[in-house]
Write a protein that binds this ligand. Structure first.
Ligand code: PMT
Length: 397
């Protein structure tokens, strides 16, 4: 559970009070938990309880879009590594089984692609009703994990099946589910190195030459490769965050990036060079801050072409390079494909303001050594990264 991003959905049954201890346990184990409640759930326990414990505002109303940068229910769905519905009522189970999206919880869950884990809790007769059983079966066929409720004393005052299980039993089932989920992911067992950001080439202790790369594209690729089950090393210049499960190597210069890539290369299956590597570095790095002069000439030396060098060395490794161009995109991209011995070149137009360097969006055409080019229209870098990883998965198959 450590560092896991958990979307915790609470729906309206008497077991809501038990989901508080479950959520606290997740937090104690190091998970980052965001809660969403159905309006009925708020009748049982105040959202404030969940807010105070999770240290996040609780999502209830689909239309109270307070932050104009995001559509909240989609943002929560995309953010989560796992979604837990606890307790899951017969009503919410029925809505999910039938693809309904009539409140914040059901809308977010319909937009969720990461694993969904449900903890049903309800009256025994509601649970055994053929409609509920059929809905549970539908969700299980969709690879959601639906826990078996426990048998015991129910809120109605008699004994039966439908109780919310003990916290330890839920955590054990969840850990097993998450393990199995990652085992079956398409890049399971693959080692992927991604580079990100614009390298910094030192002039003196306080100055460097660099470019506008933010690292967003590379970080999105590292995240997408991790979500597809790969063991990911991210060699980055950027100070953007990355999840703890990604092995992060922080570097500055092209020489350091070369060193880190080269050291990992023999052991890896895939290299993705999204970094904007400076082609040149100052020949000499001044020991002290340079003093003002009327004119200054800095002599530059050529940096190693990391992708090209790895292209020469490659045996089993699959190489994905980028081509940052402002004109003749196809010609230059195809030239890079052959000259650098890459398997894919992802070409982007870096002459436009709404994409490429330092934007949240990009539009790319992927050139391959064997297939026709594929264009991914202007979209978020996370979506572009997902599409690139899907093409990678197809190629590795
Ligand atoms: O970081 P962002 O703000 O999100 O922006 C993303 C991006 C625009 C930086 C990214 O999409 C991108 O295009 N990255 C590659 C930038 C680049 O250096 O392109 P290039 O055409 O100059 O280089 C071709 C390929 O060779 C690239 O894969 C590059 O990483 C690699 N290269 C280049 C020079 C060098 N010395 N060594 C290299 O390995």
């Amino acid at each position: 559970m450590k560092d896991l991003k958990v979307a915790f959905y609470v729906t309206g049954g008497i077991a809501v009070y038990k989901s508080i201890s479950l959520m606290r346990e997740f937090i104690k184990m190091g998970a980052d938990v965001q809660v969403a409640m159905t309006p009925s759930a708020t009748e049982f326990v105040s959202p404030l309880t969940f807010q105070v414990l999770s240290k996040h505002a609780v999502h209830i109303d689909t239309f109270s879009e307070e932050d104009p940068h995001y559509v909240q229910h989609i943002h929560l769905a995309d953010w989560a590594d796992v979604s837990i519905v606890a307790p899951a009522t017969a009503n919410t189970i029925a809505k999910l089984a039938n693809g309904m999206a009539d409140n914040f919880v059901t809308s977010a869950l319909l937009a969720t692609v990461s694993p969904i884990f449900l903890v049903p809790a309800m009256n025994e007769h509601m649970l055994e009703h053929p409609a509920t059983q059929k809905n549970i079966e539908t969700l299980r066929n969709r690879h959601h994990y639906v826990m078996e409720p426990e048998t015991g004393f129910l809120a109605e005052g008699y004994s039966g099946k439908g109780r919310f299980p003990e916290t330890e039993a839920i955590i054990e089932a969840l850990e097993g589910f998450l393990m199995e989920f990652r085992e079956n992911l398409p890049l399971k067992g693959k080692k992927v190195v991604v580079t990100a950001g614009g390298t910094k080439e030192r002039i003196d202790p306080v100055r460097f030459i660099s470019n506008d790369s933010s690292g967003k594209m590379g970080h999105a690729l590292a995240e997408a490769a991790w979500s597809a089950g790969a063991e990911v090393t991210l060699i980055t210049v950027s100070d953007l965050p990355s999840r703890k499960q990604i092995n992060r190597i922080q570097i500055d210069s092209a020489a350091q990036m070369y060193e880190a890539v080269n050291q990992a290369f023999q052991e890896i299956d895939v290299l993705i060079m999204a970094a904007a590597v400076s082609d040149y570095a100052p020949l000499k790095v001044e020991e002290h801050k340079m003093k003002k002069q009327n004119q200054l000439t800095i002599e530059l030396k050529k940096n190693p072409d990391i992708l090209k060098e790895m292209g020469k060395k490659k045996t089993k490794q699959f190489l994905i390079g980028f081509a940052a161009e402002t004109e003749n995109i196809e010609t230059y991209a195809l030239k890079k494909l052959t000259e650098k011995n890459a398997d894919l070149i992802v070409a982007n137009d870096v002459g436009k303001k709404d994409r490429g360097f330092n934007s949240n969006h990009n539009e790319v055409t992927i050139y391959s050594d064997i297939n026709q080019p594929v264009t991914i229209k202007l979209s978020k870098k996370a979506e572009i990264a997902q599409s690139i990883i899907e093409i990678l998965i197809e190629r590795l198959e």
